[in-house]
Design a protein around this ligand. Structure first.
Ligand code: SF4
Ligand code: SF4
Length: 373
């Protein structure tokens, strides 16, 4: 089993080497106190929680992992990996910070090949190119099915709550047999079609449609999402690593060198660790239109500098470009600010309900897109 921490981990190669990738990102507050014995307190809670699980050996997936794969994304994570490497064998992929430069692709391609060598050595299994191509097809299909599921939320009567959608999306990080997982996703799509045909929705008619962007969340760190829905908002789109980020990015199945095809695909992930991160703006523009969004909430975990700084750019685009209300929240995994968050989110939802941005402009009507796209 291979423990991974990021959307940049090329899971197709991991599976082609006969290992099972599982996400080890910490989503709960409990292990943070133990992490703070080594790591500084003023660090992102996701990093501290991930490390806390490792030092306390309280995550069964961490215990079961034979080795770990990390990437040099943000500074906190890459330095935390130095400590994690003392607990388990860890392979660190060096990620270029620019996606646009041709030399960045060459460098990342080399890193993908280097990961392949590490995996072959660790698992004792040679990576067969045809099997890698098979894994690429399987994971492309998985992304298409998950995207189809998420697109049900773009309809007028939204069939799932954002919290339920989060549960569905998190399954993508914890399956053993890919083909069985694809079958389960197809069954789920059929169930969603039935629910949609019934016209069922967990939301009141007219509930403001919210897009949640920013740092990754999961069960245990979903408090902002929960408050949005408790206050009457419909969180129809979660644009972060747990949600739809990356689902549109498919690996080119026709490319002769599957390692190069993987390098191209993974380098396009619109994460704030990449600079400039124009892909995130383009993705948000499209999602705001597709999901007919009434307001955008941008979540930054404490001390996440990249998302925190980028929030200004996102806010300008949402408020001035789309004429929609925008709310930036910076918080951690504790419950100490729940009431403060609730007050801010209630006020934001009121603006979203009436279609006004902070600049007083009224939002533009959006175009209905067919479900099949
Ligand atoms: S936000 Fe960026 S660094 Fe964090 S998990 Fe996602 S892709 Fe990786
Ligand atoms: S949320 Fe930000 S600081 Fe935390 S691990 Fe992700 S990129 Fe790094």
């Amino acid at each position: 089993m291979a423990g991974i921490y990021c959307l940049f981990a090329p899971v197709e190669i991991v599976r082609a080497a006969g290992a099972i990738p599982v996400s080890l990102c910490g989503k709960r507050e409990k292990p943070i106190a133990d992490a703070e014995r080594t790591l500084p307190a003023n660090l992102c809670p996701l990093i501290k929680s991930s490390y806390g699980y490792a030092v306390t050996d309280t995550c069964p997936f961490f215990s079961a992992s034979d080795f770990l794969i990390g990437e040099t994304t943000c500074d906190g994570k890459k330095k935390m990996y130095e400590f994690l490497g003392r607990i388990k064998p860890l392979h660190l992929m060096h990620l270029p910070y620019s996606a646009a430069e041709p030399h960045a692709l060459r460098f990342w391609h080399e890193e993908i090949l280097r990961l392949g060598s590490f995996l072959e050595e660790s698992t004792g299994q040679r990576i067969d190119k045809d099997h890698l191509r098979f894994q690429i097809r399987v994971h492309n299909e998985m992304r298409k099915l998950l995207r189809k599921i998420s697109r049900f939320q773009a309809t007028e009567r939204v069939p799932l709550s954002g919290l339920d959608m989060l549960t569905v999306m998190e399954t993508k990080s914890f399956f053993v047999y890919p083909e069985k997982y694809l079958d389960l996703l197809r069954v789920f799509i059929a169930e969603m079609e039935a629910i949609a045909a019934d016209g069922f929705s967990p939301f009141e008619p007219g509930a403001p449609r919210v897009l949640l962007t920013g740092c990754p969340i999961g069960k245990g760190s979903e408090k902002v999402l929960r408050i949005i829905e408790e206050c009457g908002g419909a969180a129809v789109c979660i644009e972060n690593c747990t949600g739809v980020k990356g689902l549109d990015l498919l690996v080119d199945e026709e490319e002769e060198d599957p390692f190069l095809a993987l390098a191209r695909r993974y380098l396009q992930i619109p994460c704030s660790c990449i600079t400039p991160n124009t892909g995130r703006l383009a993705l948000l523009d499209r999602l705001i239109s597709e999901y007919r969004i009434d307001g955008v909430v941008d979540l930054s975990w404490h001390c996440c500098h990249t998302y925190n700084i980028e929030s200004r750019v996102i806010g300008d685009s949402v408020e001035k470009g789309h004429c929609l209300p925008f709310l930036h929240v910076e918080t951690d995994y504790s419950n100490s600010d729940l009431e403060q968050l609730r007050t801010r989110i209630e006020a934001f939802l009121e603006m979203a309900r009436w279609g006004s941005s902070a600049h007083g402009a009224v939002k533009k009507p959006c175009i209905e897109l067919p479900l099949s796209t």
